[in-house]
Design a protein. Structure first.
Length: 147
């Protein structure tokens, strides 16, 4: 397998939540509409942990990013939460490493956000606000499982 590097942004999670899953299970876990990953997906692992200014809190995948607003974290010390994530959760090694799942099918302009991004199973997710270096660790074709 050749080594392929790219930059990623947007929603990320930890590998342990997607390991061993089929593409249709990934859709359900991450909150993609049914069929979004039917053509396959690429999984990329971050090569460095983002700094505090390079990501935003999103909570869990049962609440889509477009439903998150300023009120979502009102009253919470988001700086402290980010510090905790950076100190205890974020890593680039093992099954806890941060990964980005890239659908081979692009976002549809024909569907509204609620249709495209239904509630997922509720795994942690964060949003990269800056481009981050990553390495492709899997290129999944239709019908394949992420091992």
């Amino acid at each position: 397998m050749s080594t392929h590097f790219l930059t990623v942004h947007g929603c990320i999670t930890q590998e342990k939540y997607i390991k061993g899953r089929t593409l249709s299970e990934l859709e359900s876990i991450l909150g993609f509409h049914a069929g979004r990953l039917a053509q396959g997906a690429t999984v990329a692992a971050l090569l460095q942990v983002p700094s505090k200014s390079q990501f935003n809190l999103l909570g869990y995948t049962q609440v889509a990013e477009h439903k998150i607003n300023q009120q979502t974290f009102k009253g919470l010390d988001t700086d402290k939460l980010k510090d905790l994530l950076l100190g205890e959760t974020f890593t680039t090694v093992g099954v806890n490493r941060l990964v980005k799942v890239l659908a081979k099918t692009n976002h549809s302009k024909e569907m509204n956000d609620d249709e495209q991004y239904p509630p997922g199973w509720g795994v942690p997710q964060w949003k990269l606000t800056a481009e981050m270096p990553a390495q492709v660790i899997a290129d999944l074709n239709p019908g394949e499982r992420y091992i």
